[in-house]
Design a protein around this ligand. Structure first.
Ligand SMILES: *Cc1c(COP(=O)(O)O)cnc(C)c1O
Length: 381
């Protein structure tokens, strides 16, 4: 497909990053497992491929597709979401500083605290729902303002355009982890961010069967060149098959997201009325503190929600143990609904309420999900 920029999201999701295979006429992309590529008689590489860590047709296709979906100029795919996170921070120097949300994905916090702190990259974690706190946290050496919205597991929303403004005013870059929303619902580059990061493990993969990450950039600038260097020299690249799996899921992304959102809205509405539930965190609920902001910067409210059960940890554990349609497991974004007691997986440093359960609402029938939660909640005292 040519001139992809002029097409709408659904069309890009089907076509961006690949076309009919020139060698065979195959309509679906083949998987190129070869690690190495032949030189021509003059020593050049006539097809542009040299070695699979540098470039691979499946990876290049995925990178182009993700760049198109986020409205960016280029993408770089990685072996996991955290490999993508790590590549972004590898572009920093000792003495550089990152401002990040307090409720950042715990794995990203681990990268900053346990991998980069010892290389003198500083990080300040702030409540990003408070603009003044973010402004105060910015320093002369702040290079990145990291945004994650909606957040995990309280589904708090951060004003992306405002954060990008704070970052740019300080001469820093705004980078958004867009994993929870996916580009089907939220496009941070359009709202002023410089880079977007994804765990393609989640909605982009969509099947809970492939681990991957990506960085998409607004411009092919020096910071993105650093990400490419980390990819090429660091080598945390995804396999051709993993790229193919993510690519295979992209055409259904917009349609899956519509169903995830519709189901999540129904489940959230049910939970809010339930006598054993003390709180529901879902920006799609009209009385949610982040509803107006989410409405402004997202096209829909997503498939993730969390709720708090009266009776704290014991009650939450009872619900997690009694569900039958939901699977009790970590992660999100797959076709199957998942539920988990978040404080347990986050470990002793977690500030997540003990009665909280996080839910990734899948593509089952919403009424079966609701019936399942109803019977599980009936087991609570
Ligand atoms: C899962 C996740 C990551 C990390 O991705 P991995 O593929 O598990 O390394 C980063 N950010 C968010 C918001 C995630 O949900």
């Amino acid at each position: 497909m040519k001139r992809s920029r002029t097409h709408r999201f659904e069309t890009l999701a089907v076509h961006a990053g690949h076309g009919v295979d020139a060698a065979t006429g195959a309509v679906a992309p083949p998987i190129h497992l070869s690690t190495t590529f032949e030189r021509a008689a003059d020593g050049s590489y006539p097809h542009g491929y040299l070695y699979s860590r540098n470039d691979n047709p499946n990876r290049n296709g995925l990178e182009a597709a993700l760049a198109a979906l986020e409205g960016g100029s280029s993408g770089a795919a990685f072996a996991s979401g955290l490999a993508a996170v790590t590549a972004i921070f590898q572009g920093l120097q000792p003495g550089d500083h990152v401002v990040a949300p307090k409720d950042i994905y715990h794995g990203t916090a681990n990268v900053l605290k346990h991998l980069f702190a010892k290389w003198q990259v500083g990080a300040t974690f702030v409540d990003m729902t408070r603009l003044d706190d973010v402004k105060r946290a910015v320093r002369a050496h702040t290079r990145i303002v990291w945004i994650e919205t909606p957040s995990n597991p309280l589904l708090q929303c951060v004003d992306i355009a405002a954060m990008a403004g704070v970052a740019h005013h300080a001469g820093a870059r705004a980078v958004a982890d867009n994993t929870f929303a996916s580009p089907a619902l939220q496009r941070p580059l359009d709202l002023g961010c410089d880079m977007v990061m994804h765990a393609t493990t989640k909605y982009l993969g969509g099947r809970s069967d492939v681990l991957g990450g990506a960085v998409i950039t607004r411009a092919d600038d020096e910071a993105f060149a650093q990400v490419r260097t980390a990819q090429l020299f660091g080598g945390a690249v995804p396999s051709p098959f993993d790229c193919w799996l993510v690519m295979r899921s992209l055409p259904t992304l917009p349609y899956r997201m519509r169903a995830h959102c519709a189901n999540a809205r129904k489940v959230a509405t049910f939970l809010r009325e339930h006598p054993k539930v003390s709180a529901v965190h879902y920006p799609g609920l009209e009385d949610n503190a982040f509803h107006a902001l989410a409405k402004k910067q997202m096209s829909d409210f997503g498939g993730m929600l969390s709720f708090e059960v009266k009776g704290g940890k014991d009650a939450a554990m009872t619900v997690a143990a009694q569900v039958e349609v939901f699977t009790r497991a970590t992660s999100l974004g797959g076709v199957e609904s998942l539920i988990e007691h978040r404080a347990s997986i986050e470990g002793p440093e977690s500030k997540t309420p003990q009665g909280l359960l996080r839910v990734s609402v899948g593509l089952e029938h919403a009424d079966d999900l609701i019936d399942d939660l109803a019977q599980a909640l009936d087991h609570c005292a």
